[in-house]
Design a protein. Structure first.
Lengths: 337, 124
Protein backbone atom coordinates (compact mmCIF):
# COMPACT_ATOMS: atom_id res chain seq x y z
CA UNK A 1 0.00 0.00 0.00
CA UNK A 2 3.03 2.26 0.07
CA UNK A 3 2.07 3.84 -3.24
CA UNK A 4 -1.35 4.76 -1.84
CA UNK A 5 0.31 6.23 1.26
CA UNK A 6 2.60 8.32 -0.89
CA UNK A 7 -0.33 9.43 -3.04
CA UNK A 8 -2.51 10.39 -0.07
CA UNK A 9 0.40 12.23 1.53
CA UNK A 10 1.07 14.15 -1.68
CA UNK A 11 -2.60 15.17 -2.04
CA UNK A 12 -2.51 16.37 1.60
CA UNK A 13 0.49 18.57 0.86
CA UNK A 14 -1.69 20.66 -1.46
CA UNK A 15 -4.64 20.90 0.90
CA UNK A 16 -5.23 23.57 3.55
CA UNK A 17 -4.49 22.38 7.08
CA UNK A 18 -8.15 22.58 8.03
CA UNK A 19 -9.84 19.23 7.16
CA UNK A 20 -6.59 17.87 5.72
CA UNK A 21 -6.33 14.72 7.80
CA UNK A 22 -10.04 14.02 7.44
CA UNK A 23 -9.90 14.28 3.64
CA UNK A 24 -6.77 12.13 3.60
CA UNK A 25 -8.46 9.42 5.70
CA UNK A 26 -11.51 9.38 3.44
CA UNK A 27 -9.37 9.34 0.31
CA UNK A 28 -7.32 6.42 1.60
CA UNK A 29 -10.43 4.42 2.54
CA UNK A 30 -12.08 5.15 -0.83
CA UNK A 31 -8.96 4.18 -2.78
CA UNK A 32 -8.72 0.87 -0.94
CA UNK A 33 -12.43 0.25 -1.57
CA UNK A 34 -11.91 0.79 -5.28
CA UNK A 35 -8.77 -1.32 -5.32
CA UNK A 36 -10.44 -4.26 -3.57
CA UNK A 37 -13.35 -4.02 -5.93
CA UNK A 38 -11.04 -4.30 -8.91
CA UNK A 39 -8.18 -6.52 -7.82
CA UNK A 40 -9.44 -8.42 -4.78
CA UNK A 41 -7.57 -8.71 -1.50
CA UNK A 42 -4.07 -8.91 -2.98
CA UNK A 43 -3.62 -6.17 -5.54
CA UNK A 44 -0.29 -5.81 -7.31
CA UNK A 45 1.71 -2.58 -7.53
CA UNK A 46 0.58 -2.33 -11.15
CA UNK A 47 -3.09 -2.42 -10.06
CA UNK A 48 -2.45 0.36 -7.56
CA UNK A 49 -0.57 2.43 -10.12
CA UNK A 50 -3.37 2.04 -12.64
CA UNK A 51 -6.00 3.11 -10.12
CA UNK A 52 -4.00 6.16 -9.05
CA UNK A 53 -3.39 7.12 -12.66
CA UNK A 54 -7.13 7.07 -13.24
CA UNK A 55 -7.73 9.07 -10.09
CA UNK A 56 -5.52 11.85 -11.35
CA UNK A 57 -2.44 13.86 -10.33
CA UNK A 58 -2.39 14.74 -6.59
CA UNK A 59 -2.35 18.46 -7.32
CA UNK A 60 -5.49 18.20 -9.44
CA UNK A 61 -7.28 16.05 -6.86
CA UNK A 62 -6.36 18.50 -4.09
CA UNK A 63 -7.54 21.39 -6.25
CA UNK A 64 -10.96 19.81 -6.67
CA UNK A 65 -11.34 19.77 -2.87
CA UNK A 66 -10.20 23.35 -2.55
CA UNK A 67 -10.90 25.21 -5.80
CA UNK A 68 -10.42 28.70 -4.30
CA UNK A 69 -6.85 27.67 -3.40
CA UNK A 70 -5.97 27.71 -7.10
CA UNK A 71 -6.07 31.47 -7.28
CA UNK A 72 -3.40 33.92 -6.32
CA UNK A 73 -6.22 36.47 -6.29
CA UNK A 74 -9.60 34.78 -6.68
CA UNK A 75 -12.74 35.96 -8.52
CA UNK A 76 -14.42 37.44 -5.38
CA UNK A 77 -11.40 39.71 -4.84
CA UNK A 78 -10.46 40.38 -8.44
CA UNK A 79 -12.73 43.32 -9.21
CA UNK A 80 -11.63 45.04 -6.00
CA UNK A 81 -8.01 44.31 -6.95
CA UNK A 82 -8.49 45.97 -10.34
CA UNK A 83 -10.12 48.99 -8.80
CA UNK A 84 -7.40 49.45 -6.18
CA UNK A 85 -4.71 48.89 -8.82
CA UNK A 86 -6.12 51.76 -10.86
CA UNK A 87 -6.18 54.05 -7.84
CA UNK A 88 -2.64 53.08 -6.80
CA UNK A 89 -1.27 53.57 -10.33
CA UNK A 90 -2.93 56.97 -10.57
CA UNK A 91 -1.59 57.88 -7.13
CA UNK A 92 1.97 56.77 -7.97
CA UNK A 93 1.90 58.67 -11.26
CA UNK A 94 0.37 61.70 -9.58
CA UNK A 95 2.92 61.65 -6.75
CA UNK A 96 5.81 61.42 -9.21
CA UNK A 97 4.47 64.29 -11.31
CA UNK A 98 3.79 66.34 -8.18
CA UNK A 99 7.33 65.72 -6.92
CA UNK A 100 8.70 66.74 -10.33
CA UNK A 101 6.50 69.82 -10.40
CA UNK A 102 7.44 70.91 -6.88
CA UNK A 103 11.10 70.25 -7.62
CA UNK A 104 10.93 72.36 -10.74
CA UNK A 105 8.71 75.25 -9.70
CA UNK A 106 9.47 75.52 -5.97
CA UNK A 107 13.00 74.21 -5.45
CA UNK A 108 14.05 75.34 -8.97
CA UNK A 109 15.72 71.98 -9.58
CA UNK A 110 16.26 71.12 -13.22
CA UNK A 111 14.09 68.23 -14.37
CA UNK A 112 16.12 65.22 -15.44
CA UNK A 113 13.76 63.45 -17.89
CA UNK A 114 15.64 60.16 -17.87
CA UNK A 115 15.61 59.99 -14.08
CA UNK A 116 11.91 60.79 -14.03
CA UNK A 117 11.13 57.92 -16.42
CA UNK A 118 13.40 55.52 -14.49
CA UNK A 119 11.74 56.65 -11.25
CA UNK A 120 8.33 55.80 -12.67
CA UNK A 121 9.54 52.46 -14.01
CA UNK A 122 10.84 51.63 -10.52
CA UNK A 123 7.95 52.85 -8.44
CA UNK A 124 5.10 51.31 -10.49
CA UNK A 125 6.29 47.66 -10.19
CA UNK A 126 7.12 48.23 -6.51
CA UNK A 127 3.63 49.58 -5.81
CA UNK A 128 1.98 46.80 -7.81
CA UNK A 129 4.12 44.20 -6.01
CA UNK A 130 3.03 45.48 -2.60
CA UNK A 131 -0.58 45.48 -3.74
CA UNK A 132 -0.37 41.88 -4.97
CA UNK A 133 1.19 40.81 -1.65
CA UNK A 134 -1.67 42.47 0.28
CA UNK A 135 -4.29 40.76 -1.90
CA UNK A 136 -2.57 37.36 -1.73
CA UNK A 137 -2.75 37.63 2.07
CA UNK A 138 -6.45 38.55 1.84
CA UNK A 139 -6.96 35.55 -0.47
CA UNK A 140 -5.06 33.29 1.93
CA UNK A 141 -7.42 34.23 4.76
CA UNK A 142 -10.38 33.89 2.38
CA UNK A 143 -11.52 37.48 2.91
CA UNK A 144 -14.47 38.29 0.68
CA UNK A 145 -15.56 41.85 0.05
CA UNK A 146 -19.23 42.36 0.70
CA UNK A 147 -21.07 42.86 -2.53
CA UNK A 148 -24.49 44.32 -2.11
CA UNK A 149 -26.98 43.87 -4.87
CA UNK A 150 -28.14 47.44 -5.03
CA UNK A 151 -31.40 48.09 -6.84
CA UNK A 152 -30.46 49.16 -10.32
CA UNK A 153 -32.26 51.58 -12.56
CA UNK A 154 -31.61 51.34 -16.32
CA UNK A 155 -32.32 55.08 -16.56
CA UNK A 156 -29.12 55.67 -14.60
CA UNK A 157 -27.09 54.44 -17.60
CA UNK A 158 -24.88 57.29 -18.84
CA UNK A 159 -25.68 58.61 -22.27
CA UNK A 160 -23.14 57.98 -24.99
CA UNK A 161 -22.19 60.70 -27.39
CA UNK A 162 -19.41 60.82 -29.92
CA UNK A 163 -17.62 63.58 -28.05
CA UNK A 164 -17.55 61.51 -24.85
CA UNK A 165 -15.96 58.40 -26.33
CA UNK A 166 -12.19 58.37 -26.12
CA UNK A 167 -10.54 57.88 -29.49
CA UNK A 168 -8.16 55.04 -28.65
CA UNK A 169 -6.03 55.39 -31.76
CA UNK A 170 -5.51 59.09 -31.07
CA UNK A 171 -4.48 58.41 -27.45
CA UNK A 172 -2.10 55.58 -28.39
CA UNK A 173 -0.55 57.76 -31.11
CA UNK A 174 -0.18 60.56 -28.54
CA UNK A 175 1.49 58.28 -26.01
CA UNK A 176 3.83 56.85 -28.64
CA UNK A 177 4.89 60.27 -29.91
CA UNK A 178 5.37 61.59 -26.37
CA UNK A 179 7.53 58.60 -25.43
CA UNK A 180 9.65 59.06 -28.57
CA UNK A 181 10.08 62.75 -27.68
CA UNK A 182 10.91 61.85 -24.07
CA UNK A 183 13.57 59.39 -25.24
CA UNK A 184 15.06 62.00 -27.57
CA UNK A 185 15.02 64.65 -24.82
CA UNK A 186 16.41 62.20 -22.27
CA UNK A 187 19.12 60.50 -24.30
CA UNK A 188 19.97 62.85 -27.17
CA UNK A 189 19.10 66.38 -26.02
CA UNK A 190 21.94 67.78 -28.12
CA UNK A 191 20.44 66.36 -31.32
CA UNK A 192 17.41 68.65 -31.34
CA UNK A 193 18.36 71.16 -33.92
CA UNK A 194 19.30 71.20 -37.58
CA UNK A 195 22.22 71.00 -39.94
CA UNK A 196 23.01 74.35 -41.51
CA UNK A 197 24.71 72.90 -44.57
CA UNK A 198 25.86 69.55 -45.89
CA UNK A 199 28.60 68.07 -43.77
CA UNK A 200 28.50 70.79 -41.15
CA UNK A 201 27.95 70.15 -37.46
CA UNK A 202 24.50 69.94 -35.96
CA UNK A 203 23.28 73.23 -34.61
CA UNK A 204 21.52 72.48 -31.32
CA UNK A 205 18.47 74.64 -30.81
CA UNK A 206 19.43 76.68 -27.71
CA UNK A 207 15.84 77.66 -26.83
CA UNK A 208 14.56 74.06 -26.64
CA UNK A 209 17.59 73.09 -24.56
CA UNK A 210 16.63 75.85 -22.11
CA UNK A 211 13.09 74.55 -21.57
CA UNK A 212 13.85 70.81 -21.66
CA UNK A 213 12.71 70.21 -18.05
CA UNK A 214 9.39 71.93 -18.51
CA UNK A 215 8.75 70.09 -21.80
CA UNK A 216 9.50 66.74 -20.10
CA UNK A 217 7.13 67.54 -17.27
CA UNK A 218 4.38 68.40 -19.72
CA UNK A 219 4.97 65.21 -21.75
CA UNK A 220 4.86 62.99 -18.64
CA UNK A 221 1.65 64.66 -17.53
CA UNK A 222 0.15 64.08 -20.98
CA UNK A 223 1.20 60.40 -21.04
CA UNK A 224 -0.34 59.84 -17.60
CA UNK A 225 -3.57 61.45 -18.68
CA UNK A 226 -3.68 59.48 -21.96
CA UNK A 227 -3.17 56.16 -20.11
CA UNK A 228 -5.95 57.11 -17.71
CA UNK A 229 -8.22 58.01 -20.63
CA UNK A 230 -7.51 54.68 -22.36
CA UNK A 231 -8.43 52.91 -19.12
CA UNK A 232 -11.63 54.95 -18.66
CA UNK A 233 -12.73 54.73 -22.30
CA UNK A 234 -14.76 57.94 -22.12
CA UNK A 235 -14.33 61.57 -21.28
CA UNK A 236 -15.64 62.81 -17.95
CA UNK A 237 -15.54 66.11 -16.09
CA UNK A 238 -12.35 65.17 -14.27
CA UNK A 239 -10.50 64.12 -17.44
CA UNK A 240 -11.71 67.19 -19.34
CA UNK A 241 -10.42 69.48 -16.57
CA UNK A 242 -7.13 67.56 -16.48
CA UNK A 243 -6.84 67.78 -20.28
CA UNK A 244 -7.53 71.51 -20.20
CA UNK A 245 -4.87 71.89 -17.50
CA UNK A 246 -2.44 69.89 -19.64
CA UNK A 247 -3.26 72.05 -22.67
CA UNK A 248 -2.83 75.28 -20.68
CA UNK A 249 0.59 74.01 -19.61
CA UNK A 250 1.43 73.19 -23.25
CA UNK A 251 0.24 76.66 -24.31
CA UNK A 252 2.46 78.26 -21.67
CA UNK A 253 5.46 76.21 -22.82
CA UNK A 254 4.78 76.88 -26.51
CA UNK A 255 4.42 80.60 -25.72
CA UNK A 256 7.77 80.54 -23.88
CA UNK A 257 9.34 78.70 -26.83
CA UNK A 258 7.99 81.16 -29.40
CA UNK A 259 9.08 84.06 -27.22
CA UNK A 260 12.52 82.47 -26.73
CA UNK A 261 12.95 82.00 -30.48
CA UNK A 262 11.86 85.60 -31.12
CA UNK A 263 14.42 86.85 -28.58
CA UNK A 264 17.13 84.71 -30.18
CA UNK A 265 16.20 85.91 -33.65
CA UNK A 266 16.21 89.57 -32.61
CA UNK A 267 19.56 89.06 -30.94
CA UNK A 268 20.93 87.56 -34.14
CA UNK A 269 19.62 90.40 -36.26
CA UNK A 270 16.83 88.62 -38.08
CA UNK A 271 14.82 90.84 -40.31
CA UNK A 272 12.11 88.30 -41.05
CA UNK A 273 11.91 84.93 -42.79
CA UNK A 274 11.90 86.06 -46.46
CA UNK A 275 14.25 88.98 -45.93
CA UNK A 276 16.76 86.54 -44.38
CA UNK A 277 16.48 84.33 -47.48
CA UNK A 278 17.69 87.28 -49.59
CA UNK A 279 20.66 87.86 -47.30
CA UNK A 280 21.74 84.21 -47.56
CA UNK A 281 24.66 84.46 -50.00
CA UNK A 282 26.52 86.92 -47.73
CA UNK A 283 26.42 84.86 -44.54
CA UNK A 284 25.75 81.22 -45.39
CA UNK A 285 26.04 79.57 -41.95
CA UNK A 286 24.57 82.38 -39.87
CA UNK A 287 21.79 82.85 -42.40
CA UNK A 288 20.80 79.19 -42.32
CA UNK A 289 20.80 79.24 -38.51
CA UNK A 290 18.37 82.16 -38.59
CA UNK A 291 16.20 80.39 -41.18
CA UNK A 292 16.23 77.21 -39.06
CA UNK A 293 15.26 79.08 -35.93
CA UNK A 294 12.54 80.91 -37.89
CA UNK A 295 11.21 77.51 -39.02
CA UNK A 296 11.19 76.25 -35.42
CA UNK A 297 9.38 79.41 -34.33
CA UNK A 298 6.84 78.97 -37.10
CA UNK A 299 6.26 75.32 -36.07
CA UNK A 300 5.80 76.22 -32.43
CA UNK A 301 3.56 79.12 -33.38
CA UNK A 302 1.28 76.82 -35.42
CA UNK A 303 1.23 74.32 -32.52
CA UNK A 304 0.35 77.18 -30.16
CA UNK A 305 -2.63 78.18 -32.30
CA UNK A 306 -3.85 74.57 -32.73
CA UNK A 307 -3.52 73.82 -29.02
CA UNK A 308 -5.32 77.06 -28.14
CA UNK A 309 -8.21 76.21 -30.46
CA UNK A 310 -8.36 72.66 -29.09
CA UNK A 311 -8.49 74.05 -25.56
CA UNK A 312 -11.33 76.39 -26.42
CA UNK A 313 -13.26 73.41 -27.84
CA UNK A 314 -12.46 71.38 -24.70
CA UNK A 315 -13.74 74.18 -22.44
CA UNK A 316 -16.87 74.46 -24.58
CA UNK A 317 -17.50 70.70 -24.30
CA UNK A 318 -16.89 70.74 -20.55
CA UNK A 319 -19.40 73.54 -20.07
CA UNK A 320 -21.93 71.91 -22.40
CA UNK A 321 -21.60 68.46 -20.76
CA UNK A 322 -22.17 69.95 -17.32
CA UNK A 323 -25.02 72.20 -18.42
CA UNK A 324 -26.72 69.15 -19.88
CA UNK A 325 -26.34 66.82 -16.92
CA UNK A 326 -25.74 69.28 -14.10
CA UNK A 327 -22.34 69.26 -12.43
CA UNK A 328 -22.41 66.34 -10.08
CA UNK A 329 -19.85 64.37 -8.11
CA UNK A 330 -20.87 61.27 -10.09
CA UNK A 331 -18.90 62.56 -13.02
CA UNK A 332 -15.73 62.58 -10.95
CA UNK A 333 -13.79 59.32 -10.98
CA UNK A 334 -13.35 59.27 -7.19
CA UNK A 335 -16.98 58.25 -6.88
CA UNK A 336 -16.09 54.93 -8.50
CA UNK A 337 -14.36 53.87 -5.28
CA UNK B 1 -14.56 22.52 -37.93
CA UNK B 2 -12.10 19.68 -37.83
CA UNK B 3 -13.27 16.34 -36.50
CA UNK B 4 -10.84 16.51 -33.59
CA UNK B 5 -12.06 19.96 -32.53
CA UNK B 6 -15.67 18.78 -32.81
CA UNK B 7 -14.87 15.78 -30.67
CA UNK B 8 -13.19 17.94 -28.02
CA UNK B 9 -16.07 20.38 -27.97
CA UNK B 10 -18.53 17.51 -27.67
CA UNK B 11 -16.62 16.10 -24.70
CA UNK B 12 -16.44 19.50 -23.03
CA UNK B 13 -20.11 20.35 -23.47
CA UNK B 14 -21.20 16.87 -22.38
CA UNK B 15 -19.14 17.31 -19.22
CA UNK B 16 -20.81 20.68 -18.58
CA UNK B 17 -24.26 19.15 -19.02
CA UNK B 18 -23.46 16.30 -16.65
CA UNK B 19 -21.89 18.61 -14.10
CA UNK B 20 -25.22 20.38 -13.78
CA UNK B 21 -27.09 17.24 -12.78
CA UNK B 22 -24.55 15.75 -10.37
CA UNK B 23 -25.94 17.48 -7.27
CA UNK B 24 -29.46 16.29 -8.01
CA UNK B 25 -28.27 12.74 -8.80
CA UNK B 26 -26.20 12.58 -5.61
CA UNK B 27 -28.93 13.94 -3.33
CA UNK B 28 -31.45 11.53 -4.83
CA UNK B 29 -29.35 8.51 -3.86
CA UNK B 30 -28.53 9.51 -0.29
CA UNK B 31 -31.86 8.98 1.41
CA UNK B 32 -30.01 6.08 3.02
CA UNK B 33 -26.49 6.53 4.38
CA UNK B 34 -23.78 5.47 1.94
CA UNK B 35 -20.01 5.82 1.75
CA UNK B 36 -18.35 7.34 -1.29
CA UNK B 37 -17.35 4.27 -3.25
CA UNK B 38 -20.72 2.56 -2.61
CA UNK B 39 -22.46 5.67 -3.97
CA UNK B 40 -20.30 5.57 -7.11
CA UNK B 41 -21.26 1.94 -7.70
CA UNK B 42 -24.89 2.73 -6.96
CA UNK B 43 -24.94 5.54 -9.55
CA UNK B 44 -23.02 3.42 -12.07
CA UNK B 45 -25.52 0.58 -11.75
CA UNK B 46 -28.26 3.04 -12.62
CA UNK B 47 -26.36 4.26 -15.66
CA UNK B 48 -24.60 7.37 -14.36
CA UNK B 49 -20.82 7.04 -14.38
CA UNK B 50 -19.11 9.60 -12.21
CA UNK B 51 -15.41 9.87 -11.52
CA UNK B 52 -14.23 9.36 -7.97
CA UNK B 53 -12.15 12.50 -8.12
CA UNK B 54 -15.35 14.43 -8.88
CA UNK B 55 -17.70 12.80 -6.40
CA UNK B 56 -15.66 12.95 -3.18
CA UNK B 57 -15.06 16.71 -3.29
CA UNK B 58 -18.72 17.18 -4.26
CA UNK B 59 -19.86 15.25 -1.16
CA UNK B 60 -17.67 17.52 0.98
CA UNK B 61 -19.09 20.62 -0.64
CA UNK B 62 -22.70 19.49 -0.19
CA UNK B 63 -21.96 18.74 3.45
CA UNK B 64 -20.42 22.18 4.01
CA UNK B 65 -23.57 23.68 2.44
CA UNK B 66 -25.69 21.78 4.99
CA UNK B 67 -27.37 19.52 2.40
CA UNK B 68 -25.68 16.34 3.61
CA UNK B 69 -24.64 15.00 7.00
CA UNK B 70 -21.76 12.61 7.50
CA UNK B 71 -20.04 10.49 10.11
CA UNK B 72 -17.26 7.96 10.30
CA UNK B 73 -18.34 4.38 10.70
CA UNK B 74 -15.70 1.98 12.01
CA UNK B 75 -17.77 -1.17 11.97
CA UNK B 76 -16.68 -2.55 8.57
CA UNK B 77 -13.28 -3.80 7.44
CA UNK B 78 -11.96 -0.25 7.59
CA UNK B 79 -13.27 3.16 8.73
CA UNK B 80 -15.58 4.73 6.14
CA UNK B 81 -17.26 8.07 5.99
CA UNK B 82 -21.03 7.68 5.49
CA UNK B 83 -23.15 10.44 3.99
CA UNK B 84 -26.91 10.93 4.31
CA UNK B 85 -29.20 13.70 3.11
CA UNK B 86 -30.08 16.36 5.72
CA UNK B 87 -33.59 17.80 6.26
CA UNK B 88 -32.54 20.91 4.28
CA UNK B 89 -31.14 18.65 1.59
CA UNK B 90 -34.46 16.78 1.39
CA UNK B 91 -36.40 20.01 0.93
CA UNK B 92 -34.01 21.12 -1.77
CA UNK B 93 -34.15 17.73 -3.47
CA UNK B 94 -37.92 18.09 -3.74
CA UNK B 95 -37.63 21.56 -5.29
CA UNK B 96 -34.83 20.54 -7.64
CA UNK B 97 -36.71 17.41 -8.74
CA UNK B 98 -39.69 19.53 -9.75
CA UNK B 99 -37.36 21.91 -11.64
CA UNK B 100 -35.75 18.97 -13.38
CA UNK B 101 -39.07 17.49 -14.49
CA UNK B 102 -40.20 20.86 -15.87
CA UNK B 103 -36.90 21.29 -17.64
CA UNK B 104 -36.98 17.85 -19.25
CA UNK B 105 -40.52 18.52 -20.52
CA UNK B 106 -39.45 21.86 -21.99
CA UNK B 107 -36.27 20.40 -23.45
CA UNK B 108 -38.12 17.44 -24.96
CA UNK B 109 -40.49 19.93 -26.54
CA UNK B 110 -37.62 22.00 -27.88
CA UNK B 111 -35.74 19.01 -29.23
CA UNK B 112 -38.84 17.43 -30.77
CA UNK B 113 -39.95 20.72 -32.28
CA UNK B 114 -43.19 21.05 -30.30
CA UNK B 115 -43.97 23.97 -28.04
CA UNK B 116 -45.21 23.95 -24.45
CA UNK B 117 -47.31 27.06 -24.79
CA UNK B 118 -49.32 25.87 -27.78
CA UNK B 119 -47.68 28.26 -30.22
CA UNK B 120 -47.34 27.07 -33.76
CA UNK B 121 -43.60 27.09 -34.23
CA UNK B 122 -43.97 26.73 -38.00
CA UNK B 123 -45.07 30.36 -38.07
CA UNK B 124 -41.70 31.47 -36.61
Amino acid sequence: MSLIDRYVYEVGRHLPRKNRSDIQAELRSSLIDALEDRAGQEPTEADVAELLKEFGPPKVVAASYYPEGQYLIGPPLYSLFRLVTGIVLAAVLGAQLLALGIGYFVAQEPIAPLEAVVGLLNSIPAALGMLVIVFVILQWFDVRPETEDEPWDPDSLPEISESETVNRGERIFGITMSIILLVVLGFFPESIGFVTSFGSELFTNPVIAEYIGLITFSLLFGIGLDIYLLWQGRWGTFTRIAKIAANLLSIAILFLLVQGHTAWLVEHGSVGFFATLELLPDNITGGWQVIGMEAFRLGFGVALIITSLETVVMIFRLVRANLKSGFSPETLPSSRV
Amino acid sequence: MKEKELHELHAKLTQELRRGILVLATLSQLKEAKYGYALINNLAERGLDIEQGTLYPLLRRLESQGLLQSEWNVEGSRPRRYYIISPDGSSLLELLSAEWRDLTTVMDGLLDGTSMRGENNESD
